[in-house]
Design a protein around this ligand. Structure first.
Ligand code: SF4
Ligand code: SF4
Length: 80
């Protein structure tokens, strides 16, 4: 499962709470703002969303895209 981690730079006040709470170290501070540099490590616990008082963070589950081959195969199976 993959997750998209978004930080709204306008809202982020640089308190670093999200860095403290994230057990897989997704965030790094850059110029006083939290950046989800290692987004690929996210396990979707949403602790960062809860801890951020500025409501600057959003975490969404990425739905896997179906490949063209898988789609054609599925269509073939269903049309039988
Ligand atoms: S917890 Fe929110 S305000 Fe604090 S650094 Fe993280 S994103 Fe910015
Ligand atoms: S949802 Fe959890 S793992 Fe993902 S960035 Fe936030 S605290 Fe880290």
């Amino acid at each position: 499962m993959a997750f998209r981690v978004f930080v709204d730079n306008e809202k982020c006040k640089g308190c670093e709470e999200c860095l403290e709470v994230c057990t897989v170290n997704v965030f790094e501070m850059r110029k006083g703002k939290s950046i989800p540099v290692y987004e690929g490590e996210c396990i979707g616990c949403r602790s960062c969303v809860e801890v951020c008082k500025e409501k600057a963070i959003a975490v969404d589950e990425l739905k896997p895209e179906m490949s063209e081959t898988a789609y054609l195969l599925l269509r073939e199976i269903l049309s039988d």
